[in-house]
Design a binder for this molecule. Structure first.
Ligand code: SF4
Length: 218
């Protein structure tokens, strides 16, 4: 087992390795949080719109966590394991490595306790950076950070709106990455970007533009 302290501002050069045994125990009894980028990736994999995905496969249709079965198991766990593996959310990519980001942008990594019957094994033959790369997690980390920053900014602006103000609803609609980009590009008469990273950049820019608009109305 590695000796990563419970929580600290580790550099990505710190040792960490975990070999997954595909026992799927980590897909039970967990809230799998999702952001608009992750919903867009999952929706594309399932061949549906982000709205359809949200309504069918997220908790209460809110798009902030994956739905779970009555047995409290992720709705995407199949007999052979994760059925959405190529588009799995960040927390699934990193587990049992946890990541927190402080207000100053510092990363905090923590080693989570795997399920007591987990078949996975820790090792000492890699670093946090190696693990992040092997899980192809960096684009998902970039998205999580970008949305977290925007949410902080939005809290200030939306908190000052009067109850029932239409601005809040407009922002909620914009949280659908695919729909927001499609509407913007159609209106601007430009082609939609295809690359996920460019789509993320555009979505974040649209979200900030909406906040600026609301700010100016105050
Ligand atoms: S998305 Fe896949 S890896 Fe993540 S909890 Fe669900 S089944 Fe498990």
């Amino acid at each position: 087992m590695t000796n990563l302290p419970a929580q600290h501002a580790a550099a990505r050069t710190e040792p960490f390795a975990f070999r997954c045994a595909a026992c799927s125990r980590c897909c039970h009894h967990k809230i799998i949080q999702t952001n608009p980028y992750e919903i867009a990736q999952l929706a594309a994999l399932k061949g549906v719109t982000a709205r359809a995905f949200r309504e069918r496969w997220t908790e209460g249709g809110a798009g902030t966590a994956l739905a779970r079965t009555e047995a409290d198991v992720c709705v995407f766990l199949g007999e052979q394991g994760c059925t959405v593996h190529p588009a799995r959310p960040l927390v699934c990519r990193l587990y049992p490595l946890g990541r927190r980001r402080a207000g100053d942008g510092t990363e905090h990594w923590l080693q989570l306790d795997p399920h007591p019957l987990s078949g996975g094994t820790f090792g000492g033959d890699g670093t946090i950076a190696d693990y992040v790369e092997a899980q192809q997690a960096q684009p998902f980390i970039a998205a999580a950070d970008a949305y977290a920053e925007w949410v902080n900014a939005a809290r200030d602006v939306l908190g000052q709106l009067p109850d029932g103000d239409a601005g809040g609803a407009a922002v909620f609609e914009l949280l659908d990455l695919d729909a927001a980009i499609a509407a913007h590009c159609a209106q601007a008469g430009v082609a939609e970007p295809g690359e996920p990273a460019k789509r993320l950049d555009m979505h974040i820019a649209l979200l900030y533009a909406e906040l600026n608009k609301l700010n100016q109305q105050e």
